[in-house]
Design a protein around this ligand. Structure first.
Ligand code: ADP
Ligand code: MG
Length: 695
């Protein structure tokens, strides 16, 4: 299978070069995996009278009645007429005229195939494929594969359909030994899929649509199953082999906080996740958990309880967030929650002053700080803990995998890691892109939350919107007004924001109203001061760019206005909306746009206004944009799927996942008679057996 493609009959060095350059086909194996993108149905022979403009391709059969060369120069062509008992179709060639002249015999029966067109009311097939009926090979009545190709290949006789001849020749050389089964028989039986060899044959040359679909299902299943198996093996290896610090007990801090200081009852989702973390961290193996919760589902308190668990067991913790505003907010709320407990909490950001930083780093290395909250500054090399037991990463999508890995290195035995993301990722995507992590979902909001009324308003309705804001402010609520920020046009956005600020101010003059403003050009001190004024309720309106996008929690704010909403992505809109509806008040999100917006933007806005559920938004986002672009996913090999589609093949993926987990649970070494195939196959993928490079 690793044979170079030029060894295939009909290829030769020149075509081989082109196949390599144009399509990346180097070996027999590559060609085998060059799947057709569609098939043409040549199983039917139509009556000529039945050719109508609605038919794209057709195969007809009849007697060649007459052929003649007509026209001049560029219009010169060979025309032949094929007649059956129902009518006549004109066959026309502009190229290869003399060759066709030579081989076509009047009065003989032919079968012709091609794209049907109508010219001056006459049925016509331009450049048909044509064959003497008597010479037609048997078995030709199949669905004929069409392959992607390029202009250069076409010129060399390797058009979309000619490639099929090569593949056909290749398949003729292969036996079951060349494409051995790689899935355990019980799985094949239980999922009712066809065998591997047959699947490869039928995906190229199916007899009918049913055969094609069977082949496709088998190969998609195989693809998803193998990737799920590999991820399950990674998880299993970590569960078995990784060393993790042990949080033996649930101690005093945890208990007294839980019983005396926790201001509300945990939701059942929160309880479940705390329990999962509790089990993980007591296991002796390193926890590596992704916590997904919709905005406002209460992830912070879960993080806090986990940290108390660590401190009770004599360990230090750190919590990392992507922006200084968020870090400040966590610092304040953690302090507030723990104010009556003997826990030392410190803050480290880029703007921590040198003297203070020195003191802090010393205390940290001596172990007298329990919780360190900070930005990226946390992962710098100089930050050394005495005994780090738990690292929490909040609003994870702003951090890369590599940055997380740096956290691990801060202790001899790597700390437990809890990654929290507020951008829900569709389950299918999480299963593939984060399949090596353990995975918790909080799909429940704290009780008493009212759904956020989300509406779309045009700029022409601005006065009404402003009046609405006014009425909400008079009820004692606060309002966010968000302007877009796009890196490439930062200057323009800045001017936009300033203009917007002026407009808002005209509606809401001081001293009756006060406005905070935050944007990227401010120093972090100024940002923080402006944020604080809003948090304390000194200002009623916050005008901002998207710097407040994630995490910010001001429960009294009940209105979110998003200006130029068409410029935001779905998950961003959902994040922004999540800034309101955090208190008991009825909340509103108003998406402002001009009347001229594109179809895409309209669609996004209609999705956001129709559902408040972040997981649903994420599913739609995946459908609209495909997995590559979804925020919060890493580009990973796991996403490089050849056939399967995370949107369309959800059901196959779920099944593949269940089977993969079952196998790893029972036999992670893949040693049972049934599983040996898998073992060899995985080894072959690593190039460790001669049976290499299939798939
Ligand atoms: P997110 O998951 O978006 O980070 P937060 O942790 O900021 O959400 O929580 C949102 C708000 O809900 C906070 O004000 C928090 O105190 C509150 N909260 C969290 N859990 C509960 C609960 N079980 N019952 C009531 N309020 C809760
Ligand atoms: Mg949060």
């Amino acid at each position: 299978m690793v044979y170079p493609i030029e060894y295939l009959k009909g290829v030769g060095p020149q075509r081989a070069d082109l196949l390599k350059k144009e399509l990346g086909i180097f070996t027999f194996n590559d060609l085998l995996h060059h799947f057709p993108y569609r098939h043409i149905d040549k199983t039917k022979i139509l009556k000529i009278a039945d050719l109508t403009p609605a038919i794209e391709f057709a195969q007809v059969q009849g007697i060649l009645a007459l052929k003649e060369e007509i026209g001049e120069k560029a219009g010169r062509r060979l025309v032949a007429y094929l007649r059956d008992e129902t009518g006549i179709v004109e066959l026309t060639w502009f190229k290869g005229i003399s060759w066709m002249q030579k081989i076509l015999k009047e009065g003989e029966p032919y079968v012709a195939f091609g794209r049907v067109s109508f010219f001056m009311g006459n049925r016509q097939i331009l450049h048909p494929e044509i064959e003497l009926k008597t010479e037609m090979e048997r078995g030709k009545e199949v669905l004929e594969p069409v392959y992607s190709t390029t202009e250069k290949l076409k010129v060399r006789g390797l058009g979309g359909r000619q490639t099929g001849k090569l593949v056909y020749a290749l398949l003729g050389l292969l036996s079951k030994n060349d494409i051995p089964e790689n899935l355990p028989q019980p799985i094949i039986d239980r999922s009712r899929i066809i065998d591997r060899f047959t699947a490869y044959f039928q995906i190229h040359f199916p007899k009918d649509l049913h055969q094609y679909n069977e082949a496709l299902r088998r190969l998609k299943f195989e693809e998803l199953f193998i990737s799920q198996l590999r991820l399950a093996l990674v998880r299993s290896e970590r569960h078995r082999l990784s060393k993790g610090v042990v949080f033996k007990k649930v101690g005093d801090l945890f208990n007294s906080f839980y019983k005396k200081h926790l201001p509300f009852e945990l939701t059942s989702a929160q309880k479940r996740v705390v329990k999962e973390i509790r089990v993980d961290t007591a296991s002796g193996h390193q926890m590596n958990r992704l916590l997904q919760g919709d905005v406002g589902s209460g992830k912070t308190i879960v993080a806090l309880l986990s940290m108390l668990l660590a401190i009770d067991n004599g360990f230090q913790c750190c919590m990392m967030a992507p922006t200084e505003i968020l870090v400040q907010q966590h610092y304040r709320s953690v302090n507030e929650f723990l104010k009556d407990l003997p826990v030392t909490i410190k803050l480290l950001t880029g703007s921590t002053k040198t003297v203070e930083r020195k003191k802090l780093l010393l205390a940290l290395s001596e172990g007298s700080i329990d919780i360190l909250i900070g930005t990226h500054a946390l992962i710098e090399e100089v930050v050394q803990f005495k005994k780090l037991g738990l690292a929490i990463v909040d609003e994870q999508h702003r951090f890369g995998v590599a940055q997380r890995a740096l956290l691990w290195k801060k202790a001899v035995v790597p700390p437990h890691v809890l990654v929290m993301t507020a951008t829900p990722i569709p389950r299918t995507l999480a299963m593939t892109a984060y399949g090596d992590l353990d995975y918790s979902v909080m799909n429940e909001l704290p009780p008493g939350r009212k759904p956020i009324a989300t509406v779309h308003r045009y700029d022409t309705q601005r006065t009404k919107v402003m009046d609405f804001i006014k009425s909400e402010i008079h009820l004692g609520r606060q309002v966010y007004i968000i302007f877009p920020l796009i890196e490439e046009s930062a200057k323009l956005d800045y001017e936009n924001l300033m203009q917007g600020y002026k407009n808002v101010k005209a509606f809401f003059p001081e001293p009756k109203y006060w406005i905070s403003m935050i944007h990227g050009r401010q120093t972090s001190d100024v940002k923080e001061a402006n944020m604080q004024r809003f948090v304390k309720g000194d200002t009623q309106i916050m005008v901002s760019t998207t710097v407040i996008e994630v995490g910010v929690n001001v429960p009294n704010a009940s209105v979110m206005i998003i200006e130029s909403a068409e410029k935001f992505g779905l998950s961003q809109l959902h994040q922004l909306r999540g800034r309101v509806g955090r208190g008991a008040e009825k909340s509103y999100c108003i998406l402002m746009t001009s009347t001229k917006i594109g179809a895409d933007a309209k669609q996004r806005i209609s999705i956001i206004t129709s559902t408040g559920n972040g997981f649903e938004v994420a599913e739609k986002d995946l459908e609209l944009r495909g997995p590559g672009d979804i925020e919060g996913t890493r580009q990973s090999g796991a996403l490089a799927l050849r056939l399967a589609d995370l949107v369309k093949d959800k059901i196959i993926l779920e099944a593949a996942r269940v089977f993969a987990e079952e196998i790893v649970e029972k036999d992670f070494q893949l040693e049972s008679a049934d599983n040996l195939r898998l073992k060899y196959y995985l080894l072959s993928l690593k190039g460790k057996t001669p049976w290499s490079k299939i798939s």
